[in-house]
Design a protein around this ligand. Structure first.
Ligand SMILES: Nc1ncnc2c1ncn2[C@@H]1O[C@H](COP(=O)(O)OP(=O)(O)OP(=O)(O)O)[C@@H](O)[C@H]1O
Ligand SMILES: [Mg+2]
Length: 254
């Protein structure tokens, strides 16, 4: 296992090997290992408390592992970086609850999110370049909000707010996007759209998506990793994973 993992490391976007972390003696992650390729969309499933969100906390530097390796782009040791550095490296994270600016328009939310490192003077006298406009229009298209661009974010549906927040992350142009339970609370139509939208986003970057909605996971049509008790229980196609007796016993059959 360890030798195999090293082989994948140099060509990986995200590489976790033997990652463990305990909270008050409880092992939230227990020698977790998995690899995400550049341009891969990976689905992560598993029961409540399996360690899915903790895994994202480790990748983004919010939580330090007690042991194990976490590498980005094959060579960057994420366990040595803080949260701000990791965001700067190109890892974006979507939390469960949308955090858009409700009293701003959809367009302005995306404009605010554009990463352009302006000075105070630059901010006061800034004119949006044609290139920035094109990027915002592209993002609006991707997150299905072109028709809503002049509406206040407060007036969007819950699902549309989630899409806007994904759009705001795209404005930062991350190489790896982590998305935790994006379709919770969405309508069935929005859930189906979200699968299409994430597949499109993964054409130009890697995406790791955690979800409990198995219909959505099936729609994604990508490799699935099932976690339980802080480590990988099964990994493969949705059919392979959902027929695994341990996955049925620990998750699907519950
Ligand atoms: N900062 C923390 N301090 C103490 N315990 C924590 C902390 N973070 C996570 N845990 C515990 O670690 C375990 C794994 O939690 P985690 O949130 O990663 O699970 P999850 O797979 O995301 O579950 P869910 O599907 O419910 O979101 C849980 O028992 C949780 O209570
Ligand atoms: Mg979670």
């Amino acid at each position: 296992m360890a030798t195999d993992m090293k082989h994948y490391k140099s060509n990986s976007m995200l590489y976790l090997d033997g990652v463990s972390v305990s909270f008050d003696g409880f092992k939230a992650l227990n020698s977790l290992s998995f690899v995400v390729e550049p341009g891969e969309l990976r689905a992560i499933i598993g029961p409540n408390g399996a360690g899915k969100t903790t895994m994202m906390d480790i990748i983004t530097g919010k939580t330090r592992p007690d042991s194990g390796d976490v590498f980005f782009n094959g060579v960057i040791d994420l366990t040595k970086k803080d949260e701000a550095d990791i965001a700067q490296l190109g890892i974006g994270r979507k939390f469960q609850k949308p955090t858009v600016f409700e009293s701003h328009t959809v367009w302005d939310n995306l404009e605010l999110a554009l990463d352009r490192k302006r000075t105070v003077f630059g901010t006061l006298f800034y004119q949006l370049s044609g290139e920035d406009r094109d990027r915002i229009e592209d993002i609006l298209e991707t997150v299905r909000l072109t028709a809503r661009k002049d509406d206040f974010a407060a007036n969007l549906s819950h699902g549309q707010k989630q899409w806007l927040e994904i759009g705001m992350l795209l404005a930062q142009d991350p190489k790896l996007l982590l998305v935790d339970e994006p379709v919770a609370g969405m309508t069935d139509a929005e859930t189906a759209e979200t699968a299409i939208l994430l597949r499109k986003i993964a054409e130009t970057r890697s995406v790791v998506v955690v979800e409990h909605d198995m219909g959505f996971i099936r729609d994604l049509g990508v490799k699935v990793t099932c976690l339980a008790e802080g480590s990988v229980l099964a990994e493969g196609s949705i059919d392979f994973v959902s027929n695994d007796p341990a996955v049925i016993e620990n998750y699907l059959g519950r």
